[in-house]
Write a new protein. Structure first.
Length: 536
């Protein structure tokens, strides 16, 4: 009997929320007003739900007094801080479209986002790490800016006092949950990033159902070291929390493994988020064993494929017995599939789970578009409430990824088993074809993680005159381990990997080039490898 089609849908007795983000926040305030909602560890500031809502309303009215209308684009450019969250909910309450600006952007990228979105106002930090935001704003000549922590910020907060709550109520009554409220610029590998446009319905429901799957209640405290500017922070973090009355703990403005572990300990967090490289850094922290992480029960690892060995350590050594793997992309608000609390370790380390409630997923042949049988690799597609409205003012680009039936084509290669569990085997563009053999780097990476001296590893394809492409492993060695040679790696792999899957080249590095959200930049790795190999 032939295998069934690689298609699944998320059946659920829990209906989708038909609210705006602002209405959902106010419902949480009514239920949990005295409970803690937000903690900024770096400054010691804390807000209950009632206090958070009061700050949000001050910002919302201040923006209205500045002439921000429904549909106007308001940017936020800052590392993780409480004001980021205030602006997120304030813009949602007045129907403005929040443009989340990557904290790592330089002036030319900022200019593109400001101009492409038609930004009316930018709320910005003055600086972060090596980034002088004020200088870059001046460089592009943008004048509609309010700097957090400066007199202009206080002026904004005080500016709407004369309007009163009635004006905010009137504005909120004009909003539909299908209105766009967020533009997230995705980091494309070529050209300028495109703005994925998301609605209340997109992100509120995605955050809510992520929280449902992980079992959040008003007793949970979520340590959030991932950047707020990305869906991982503002949707899976903030919106998952506020839709369940949970508390968000911001450990530091930018990721720091020690500060994150300290925040978990001191704030008695029950959940911790991160991309795999963050968890690797926490586990490798010199003082790791001294931190009390016993309050943790859950968390989310996402952003890039999770190494099995890392997941096992997170479960065993960080007390995160219910940790979930999430898979998704900015264009799908972001989560499409997720492991469940009842899943065994094999499924929580070997798959990215099943589709979320009210979401459909299928795996199709990249050329024909036909759904492939269970177990056969193909392109993962997803459909449902979570699919973005489109790329802002880029209809042709939107049509390239969302087909006529509203399926989002992810560009990821995946397999699906008969129970609907999905395994990501790589990017279509990452697949290496060596001498006619299709090779999925993820499989080789998982094997190399079992090497006792390897802390982290990425596998790429590099040009080869004989085979078309050859494999190269970039490795980060464990502290104190000697550098790994290509010969030693071949010896480790011999007899355990098919000969054509054994990397020919090895590059020992301290870290991988990556985006601020923790996604490995394999394009840059390939460019550097070709240069270093001299066209070999």
């Amino acid at each position: 009997m032939s295998a069934g089609p690689s298609y699944a849908s998320g059946v659920s007795a829990t209906p989708l929320l038909g609210d705006t983000v602002g209405d959902d926040l106010e419902r949480a305030v009514a239920r949990f007003g005295d409970r803690e909602a937000l903690v900024e560890v770096a400054t010691g500031r804390r807000w209950t739900y009632a206090e958070l809502d009061a700050e949000v309303n001050r910002v919302a009215l201040g923006l209205m007094a500045r002439g921000v209308a429904k549909g106007d684009r308001v940017g936020i450019w800052a590392p993780n801080c409480a004001e980021w969250t205030f602006v997120q909910y304030a813009t949602a309450k007045i129907g403005a479209v929040l443009v989340t600006v990557n904290p790592a952007y330089r002036a030319h990228e900022l200019r593109h986002v400001v101009e492409q979105s038609g930004m009316k106002l930018l709320v910005s930090a003055t600086a972060h790490r090596t980034s002088d935001y004020r200088a870059m704003v001046c460089e592009i000549g943008f004048t509609g800016v309010v700097y957090i922590g400066e007199p202009g910020w206080e002026t904004l907060l005080d500016g709407g006092a004369a309007l009163g709550r009635a004006a905010l109520r009137e504005r909120m009554a004009t909003l539909s949950f299908d209105d766009p409220i967020n533009i997230q610029y995705t980091s494309g590998t070529t050209g300028f990033p495109k703005g994925a446009t998301l609605s209340h319905h997109n992100i509120l429901n995605n955050g809510f159902f992520v929280g449902e799957m992980i079992g959040y209640t008003e007793h949970d405290r979520i340590c959030l070291p991932v950047p707020l500017y990305h869906c991982f922070g503002m949707v899976m973090g903030n919106l998952a929390a506020t839709s369940h009355g949970s508390c968000v703990v911001l450990p530091s403005p930018g990721f720091d493994p020690g500060e994150t572990l300290r925040a978990v300990q001191e704030e008695r967090c029950t959940s911790l988020y991160g991309v795999p490289t963050m968890f690797i850094a926490e586990l490798a922290h010199p003082g790791f064993a001294a931190f009390d992480l016993s309050t943790l029960r859950t968390g989310i690892m996402a952003g890039s494929p999770c190494p099995v060995e890392v997941m096992k350590r997170v479960v065993g050594e960080m007390h995160m017995s219910e940790v979930a793997i999430c898979y998704g992309m900015t264009e799908t608000s972001p989560v499409s599939t997720m492991t469940r609390r009842e899943d065994d370790l094999a499924r929580r380390t070997g798959t990215v789970g099943r589709c979320l409630p009210h979401v459909e997923v299928k795996v199709v042949h990249p050329e024909s578009g036909l759904t492939v049988p269970h177990g056969v690799p193909g392109e993962l597609c997803t459909r449902g409430y979570s699919v973005m409205l489109g790329y802002w003012d880029r209809p042709a680009d939107t049509a390239e990824v969302i087909d006529a039936a509203r399926w989002m084509h992810t560009g990821d290669l995946a397999t699906m088993d008969e129970h609907g569990y999905v395994n990501i085997v790589g990017r279509i563009k990452d697949m290496v074809i060596r001498g006619g053999e299709n090779i999925y780097p993820r499989e080789i990476e998982e094997f190399l993680y079992t090497h006792p001296d390897i802390d982290d590893v990425q596998v790429i394809g590099v040009p080869d005159e004989k085979y078309g492409e050859e494999l190269m492993a970039w490795v980060v060695m464990r502290q104190g381990a000697p550098p790994l040679t290509a010969e030693a790696l071949r010896e480790f792999c011999a007899g355990r990997l098919a000969h054509y899957k054994i990397p020919r080249y090895v590059q020992v590095v301290d870290a991988f080039p990556m985006t601020v959200t923790g996604k490995i930049r394999k394009v840059e790795m390939r460019e550097r490898a070709v240069r270093d190999l001299g066209g070999a």
